[in-house]
Ligand binder design. Structure first.
Ligand code: BGC
Length: 844
């Protein structure tokens, strides 16, 4: 009993202690709860305030962005309520709704008359609205369902009062670039990814390029785009320029003729082009501010020349000024370039559009002859209004530019009320891209390896064999429906693909999942897709070599807008690639089998150190969406290669004269600098970034290698065929002011094929410092059957032999003897003859 009581007492005590402790705790909790409440309240207030602030800042930021860059033309929306009216038996669209026929509404009158009439009816405000686009909203796909064209990167603002419609501009140059899908719609709007510019120039076939242009322009027409922002006509000054793939060549004559063919093709559809980037946009590093310091001679003979030829042969609707400065002035603000040279000297009749956000001073741009500022910003609008008010922008300059814009609008299909069907023949265009791509691929080496005979088992090595690169990145990228990889192309051609090699790729891909995700949206514009290369073990390669009949090893490169390439792991093969090449060549050669290297690249790479190893090398470039089929067409022999190099492949990068003055560290794309950046103070400027001295002058590409007597890996104009050609009966005569050249080309081999003939001109014993030889004309035979001959003829105006005389600031002709040479490449001259320019040829 005592024990029980005791236990009870103890229990009671323990209970008491616990209760007291709980009470104490509760007291404390009460105290903390109060504090906590206060703390929570304060935190909540701070958080809510922050959120409100953030929302306000976000809203203000968004408003600012929208009002400044995206879409600020609230009152200038297209008037779509335009009725047809008949007056005196003539039916017309009564654009201003006044019930009577205005001159500008009358299609029977000339564009010039109509533009004049429109101009006279416009208010100053309406005119200024035309001088800049409506912002980036359209380019970023921010268009209301049923309105606009998602992805059209620029617009010419409509004038609703006069019933003038919106005009759409879009990239360029490897095919039309618009967004493939639209809000609220199930269907897609894919475009054809044609080969990159560099591949097209490698065809040396102007008819073919014109055909590609015609197909590309048709897609613009059928998708309602009025102007394609291309082709690109900058010179390959240095192999590492990140955008070389969009451009044609290191030579201006090839650039100009291929460019003109492209313009003529696109514009045959009644849509325009914008030849870009005028001029000397030869590096992407700090492209918005870099000052290209160039001698007048190099500017005239090299950098302007291609554009000059294009203007002369195709009179494009528009030309796009570049971002950079030339000799201290932004090109878009240079009256010298845009008015004195382009218009007054060359007779350009179209309009000049700025590159996107290019230039710094809107008034200076319009005054210089840069008629249209794209994509247009609110700041530019304000600056132009202010310029008009304070008199720095003259009414004459405004009217000159507006009239050019009106002429473009009046000449567009839009004004002809063309009903586009949104249904281009993508299938037919796929066939065109496939054929053009195979014609521009260059066979660099072939030791009795190609074409591959019989249905063989092919072992594919390297990532790009399976993940083929269609084209470069940035605005030159196209949204295509599909891509044919090399693997698929070979299968389509009847080859079987070695499974072990393929599985090695699949394993590699699975292990690097993230790196194989293609960037999308803005990231796709700014980040070249370059998944990691694979490694193989020696045994793995040996096993594959035992089972397969032949190896095809692909080296891929991808670069793009806003950044330049670098030497290590890009111009040069990476250590991994070298190892892969060694392993594959060794194992396959030991097994008595051959190795083909396919270069799926957009710009020049080093080849001299490794080209001895494989048995064949095909420079496939980036051949568009059918690329894999195009390569297979060559490997299988369905197509006989006939492409030739539009640039030199040097032994070393440093062999290029421009290497001393080029940014070599490959800075990536800097969007902020483009939108908000500014020029550095003079004292902070860095060589090759803020200014680049073109110290090599006219000695670009083969002009330098020939002059310096340097060995090259593959010379300008070089390319092999599965057949051979003989040149004979060359004639060169001077008739009036034209040199007429003829050469007979015979297919001396046993397969049908086409041959490119290059005509170079030298001035022996020249008193002037000039290149050893310069390309002045070129041509390509039709597909010649074995034994068949074609006589190619060329005409070279004597004026094309002139050089730019710095002293007298003009073109000058040296009289005397010139040697005219017909070559299969710049270093394989087959025939030559002399002509003498006497007084009859003295064009000054
Ligand atoms: C490029 C142009 C392009 C434009 C519109 C610029 O960044 O330099 O080539 O046409 O964007 O996309």
């Amino acid at each position: 009993m005592e024990l029980v009581e005791l236990r009870h007492g103890e229990l009671f005590r323990q209970q008491l202690v616990r209760d007291l402790f709980l009470l104490y705790l509760c007291g404390n909790v009460t105290i903390n709860f109060k504090r906590m409440k206060k703390f929570l309240k304060r935190t909540l207030i701070v958080l809510v305030s922050l959120l409100v602030l953030l929302a306000i800042a976000g809203f203000a930021g968004w408003k600012y962005l929208k009002a400044t860059f995206l879409d600020f033309e609230d009152d200038y929306t297209e008037n779509t309520d335009i009725r047809a009216v008949s007056v005196d038996g003539y039916t017309f669209l009564d654009r201003n709704g006044n019930g009577s026929l205005d001159i500008y509404e009358d299609d029977r009158r000339s564009i010039d008359e109509r533009a004049e009439d429109l101009l006279s009816q416009m208010t100053v405000e309406e005119k200024i609205h035309l001088l800049k686009g409506s912002g980036m909203a359209s380019g970023m796909g921010m268009v209301k369902p049923g309105e606009g064209i998602a992805g059209a990167v620029g617009t010419i603002v409509p004038t609703p009062r006069l019933g003038i419609p919106t005009v759409y501009l879009s990239d360029g140059p490897a095919g039309l670039r618009i967004q493939p899908s639209r809000k609220g719609e199930d269907r897609t709007y894919y475009c054809t990814a044609f080969p990159i510019g560099t591949l097209l120039s490698s065809t040396w076939n102007t008819d073919l390029v014109q055909e590609v242009g015609t197909a590309m322009g048709n897609e613009a027409l059928e998708y309602g785009i009025d102007v394609i922002l291309g082709p690109g006509a900058n010179i390959h000054r240095h192999p590492l320029c990140g955008r070389n793939f969009e451009y044609y060549s290191e030579d201006p004559v090839l650039t100009g003729n291929i460019g003109a063919a492209m313009v003529n093709g696109i514009e045959s559809n009644g849509v325009g082009t914008s030849v870009k980037h005028f001029v000397a946009n030869n590096q992407e590093t700090n492209r918005n501010f870099d000052d290209a310091i160039i001698s007048e001679r190099a500017l005239r003979e090299i950098y302007l020349k291609g554009f000059e030829i294009i203007v002369g042969k195709s009179q494009p609707w528009t030309i796009m000024s570049s971002y950079n400065k030339v000799n201290g002035t932004y090109t878009s603000q240079s009256r010298y370039l845009l008015t004195d040279i382009l218009r007054n000297e060359w007779g350009f009749e179209g309009l000049v559009v700025s590159d996107w956000f290019g230039g710094r001073d809107a008034v200076a741009q319009i005054s210089a002859g840069n008629d249209l500022l794209e994509p247009g910003t609110k700041k530019q609008w304000k600056a132009l209004i202010k310029g008009r008010e304070d008199g720095t922008l003259s009414m004459t300059d405004i009217d000159t530019s507006v009239k050019r814009i009106l002429k473009l609008i009046l000449g567009s299909r839009k004004m002809q009320n063309y009903k586009y069907g949104n249904n281009p023949d993508l299938k037919a265009h796929a066939a065109i891209t496939r054929a053009s791509a195979s014609e521009g691929m260059v066979l660099l080496k072939n030791e009795q390896t190609l074409p591959i005979q019989g249905a063989k088992n092919v072992a594919l090595f390297g990532v790009t064999s399976y993940d083929f690169i269609v084209g470069g990145t940035g605005s030159g990228d196209v949204n295509e429906a599909y891509v044919v990889s090399l693997e698929e192309g070979l299968k389509n051609a009847g080859f079987s693909i070695n499974e072990t090699a393929k599985n090695a790729f699949e394993k590699h891909k699975a292990a690097n999942k993230e790196a194989f995700v293609r960037p999308e949206g803005l990231a796709a514009m700014t980040h070249p897709y370059n998944p990691p290369q694979m490694s193989y073990t020696a045994d793995e390669v040996k096993g594959i070599a035992a089972a397969a009949d032949i190896a095809v090893l692909t080296i891929g490169r991808n670069s793009g807008e806003g950044g330049d390439r670098v030497e290590a792991d890009d111009f040069l093969l990476s250590q991994q690639e070298n190892q892969m090449l060694n392993q594959v060549c060794q194992a396959f050669h030991e097994a008595g089998k051959q190795v083909v290297v396919v270069l799926n690249i957009g710009g020049v790479i080093e080849t001299a150190s490794w080209k001895d190893q494989p048995d064949a090398i095909l420079l496939a470039w980036q051949g568009g969406q059918e690329g894999g089929n195009s390569v297979a067409d060559i490997l299988s022999g369905k197509v006989n290669p006939s492409g030739k190099l539009p640039m030199t492949f040097p032994v070393h990068l440093s062999d290029h004269a421009s290497n001393a003055n080029f940014p070599l560290d490959g800075e990536p794309f800097n969007m902020r600098a483009m939108l908000f950046g500014g020029e550095k103070a003079e004292k902070d400027k860095v060589r090759n970034k803020d200014y680049t001295r073109y110290e090599e002058g006219i000695y670009v590409g083969y002009r330098h290698f020939d002059k310096a007597g340097l060995e090259v890996s593959y010379p300008f104009g070089y390319g092999l065929s599965y057949t051979s050609f003989g040149y004979s009966n060359m004639q060169a005569v001077l008739e009036n002011d034209t040199i007429k050249v003829a050469v007979a080309v015979q297919n001396t081999g046993n397969q049908a094929g086409k041959e490119v003939v290059e005509v170079y001109v030298s001035k022996p014993g020249s008193a002037v410092d000039r290149p050893v030889q310069e390309l002045k004309a070129f041509g390509k035979t039709r597909n010649l059957a074995p034994g068949e001959t074609e006589n190619l003829v060329f005409e070279i105006p004597v004026s094309e032999l002139r050089y730019w005389d710095e002293q007298h600031a003009g073109w000058k002709l040296e009289t005397g003897v010139y040697t005219i040479k017909a070559g299969a490449s710049s270093r394989d001259i087959r025939s030559s003859g002399d002509v003498e320019t006497g007084d009859s040829g003295t064009l000054q």
